[in-house]
Design a protein around this ligand. Structure first.
Ligand SMILES: *[C@@H]1O[C@H](CO)[C@@H](O)[C@H](O)[C@H]1NC(C)=O
Ligand SMILES: *[C@@H]1O[C@H](CO)[C@@H](O)[C@H](O)[C@H]1NC(C)=O
Length: 333
């Protein structure tokens, strides 16, 4: 196990504070990327996106998504942020690809997959956190990474091989090597320290950092270069790999059959993207109040309402048949 999951940490640390934990249904699966390829009609690899319906090929940082969006797929109705990851594919022995569907967490069942999103103000100590500001965006992880040494530069980008839907131990940096009875959960935890000045940076990472010692979970201090404590943003994405679990469907050389939409079959290129879009100071208020999961300060909507906030695909392409290549012709390397 690489990182203590929250459940066991709670036992060790009775001072555990509250957190926001909520469901956002799928908005669209789309080959667009307003952070890495702003304005481009098609990004190189396909993403699955949740959150507000202002998601677009370019998103002007001076305009809050909460001013442009008319709905959100998240159960906190004031959250018009966009959250996205790559898409997982199964590669058959004959070389064709099939998209792995996404399923929701227990209790968060939504029609079309989605993610569970966490904002944790603090787990140890008493410091206040500063919520993300209008125009803030960031990326964690690097799609070009293919080795463990590279993946370790990011502390908490992991996979959980779900024995059942409640498995929260045994996180790995690479794809699980054996079939997972209840699917594969991808865990995307962002750095928790900010330089306090820049809402973004050329690599979408340099304005944030990990604690200088220890971890967010252990209450580690932020480095002098990035002194402002942020909430820990964390996505859980559950890929329903179960219909590909039959041994006969796996490669005979002992490797595993899953590949990210950016051509990674190691899993070390795991990454996630974030565009902040909460209305006004709603997120700061929630962080200050230390509300726990149910947050009376925030407006909510049902999962069913969130499910209705779907966006039409702008880059029209078949994503759900047996594909002879990954969308965009992304090579597997
Ligand atoms: C996306 O951008 C295009 C081109 O600027 C614009 O026509 C369209 O209305 C935008 N869509 C949304 C949902 O913001
Ligand atoms: C490739 O393999 C998959 C899974 O076994 C199968 O469903 C599909 O029909 C095959 N495609 C071709 C072109 O043989």
């Amino acid at each position: 196990m690489l990182w203590a999951p929250y459940a066991s940490l709670a036992l060790l640390a009775p001072s555990i504070h509250a957190l926001l934990r909520f469901s956002c249904s799928q908005l669209v699966i789309e080959r667009l990327d307003p952070l890495v390829n702003p304005g481009e009609k098609q990004s190189p690899h396909v993403h699955q996106i949740i959150g507000g319906n202002a998601f677009n090929a370019s998103m002007d940082p001076t305009i809050s998504p909460s001013d442009e969006a008319t709905c959100t797929t998240c159960t906190f109705a004031e959250d018009f942020s966009n959250y996205w990851t790559a898409v997982l594919f199964y590669r058959a022995k004959n070389g064709t690809f099939k998209r792995v569907p996404i399923k929701q967490n227990v209790g968060f069942e939504s029609a079309s997959g989605g993610m569970t999103v966490y904002y944790t103000p603090i787990l140890q100590g008493k410091a206040k956190v500063t919520a993300f500001k209008k125009g803030f965006r960031m990326i964690v992880g690097n799609p070009s990474y293919r080795t463990e040494a590279e993946a370790k530069k990011f502390r908490q980008l992991t996979y959980t091989c779900l024995q059942n839907m409640n498995t929260r131990t045994g996180e790995t940096l690479d794809f699980p090597k054996k079939a997972c009875p209840a699917g594969i959960m991808v865990n995307v935890r962002f750095p928790t320290c900010w330089d306090g000045v820049n809402l973004d940076s050329p690599d979408h990472m340099a304005h944030v950092a990990y604690p200088s010692s220890g971890t967010f979970e252990s209450g580690g201090p932020c480095p002098a270069s990035h002194p402002v404590k942020l909430p820990q943003l964390f996505y859980e994405v559950i890929f329903d790999t179960t219909k590909f679990n039959d041994k006969s469907l796996w490669p005979t050389d002992g490797s595993q059959p899953f590949v990210w939409s950016f051509g990674d079959q190691t899993g070390y290129g795991n990454h996630g993207d974030y565009v902040f879009g909460w209305k006004g100071d709603a997120l700061q208020k929630a962080m200050d109040s230390n509300c726990n999961i149910n947050c009376p300060e925030l407006k909510t909507q049902s999962i069913a309402t969130g499910n209705k906030c779907a966006q039409a695909q702008k880059v029209k392409e078949n994503l759900d048949g047996w594909l002879t290549e990954l969308p965009g012709g992304m090579p597997v390397v």
